[in-house]
Design a protein around this ligand. Sequence first.
Ligand code: COI
Length: 327
Amino acid sequence: MIVSAYEVRPDEMPYMKALEQQLGCEVQTHTEGLTLSSIPELPEGSAVSVLGMYHYGEAELRAMSARGVTALSTRTVGYNHIDLEAARACGISVCNARYDPNGVADYTVMMILLCLRNYKQALWRLQVNDYSLGGLMGRELKDLTVGIIGTGRIGAQVIRSLHGFGCKILAHDTHINESLSGQADYVPLDELYRSCDIISLHVPLMLETWHMINDKSLSLMKDGVVLINCARGDLMDINALIHGIESEKIGALGLDVLESEEGIVHRDRKTDIFSNREMAYLRQFKNVVYTPHMAFYTDAAVGQMVDCGIRGCLQMARGEACPTRLV
Ligand code: COI
C-alpha cells in the first residue's frame, strides 16, 4: 500500500522512514501541499496524509475519490480544513492526530507570562542597548483571574499547569471536565468575559466559534484584558483585535495563530512583497507577541503526529479500526 504524504517537513522524515519499515508500506513524501492540480498525479488507490495548511472541500475530495482514494488523514488535531460531510459523501474515511497536550499548554503559559512581563519590549530594547526599566513593570499571576475557554485535552492541561501559579481560574465549555474540580470554576461565557484579566482560547474552529472574539465580546471584557490564542486564527476577528489594541481595550495579545495565516506561516516570505496588511500592522505593536503557528512544534508532538497520520490512514484503507477516525 502506498501512502502519499503532503506538506512533509524535513523533521518528519525520520519518523516516516521508520514507519515504512514497521507498517510494511511505502510512504511517498512531498514537501508541497496536495491541491486540485496535483491530485490527478496521486498513485491510484493510495492512502493520503496531509497537514493543516490547505483546504479540502467537495472539489478536492471528489477528485481524490476519482483517483481511488478511500482514506485521508490529517497529521493535526484540528480538522477544520477538511469538509467531513463531503468526505463522507465521496466514501473517503478521515482521521486526525492525537498528541500530548503539554506542548501547546506549555506554550500558552509562556505566552501569558511574556504578555504580563512586557517581554517583547524588553527584548526589542536590548537590541539597541537600552537597559532602562520604564514601561516594563509587569503583573503577577497570583493577583489575576485567568479564563480558559474550552476544557478539552489542551485547555485542561493549561488549567493544571496554571494552578501552581496561584491565580484564580474560571473556565467555560459545553461539557464540564470533572477532573478539574478544585482547580477551576465553570461559569457562563459572559461572566468569564466580564471577570477575567487574561482569557485563553482552546476550542475547535466551527461555525459556532468562528470570530467568537469580536467587537461585541470585547466590549464585555475588562479594560486592558490580555488575550491568548494558540488554537485557530479564525476564532478572533483580526479587525476587532486591531481596534482593541488601538483603543487600549486590549492590554496585550499573545497569538500563535492569526486569521488568514494560510500561505504565510511555515514559509520563508522575507524576500516577498508582504501584502497581508492586517497581519503586518497587528504584529508590530509593542504589546502583541506573534509567532508562526508553532505551539504544537515539539519533538514529542511531531513523532505522535506522524505516527497517527501514517498509521491512521493505513488502518482506514485496510479496513482496520482507527482510534482517531472522524468519518
Ligand atoms: C494542530 O495539530 O491542530 C495544529 O495546529 C498543528 C499545525 C501543524 C497545523
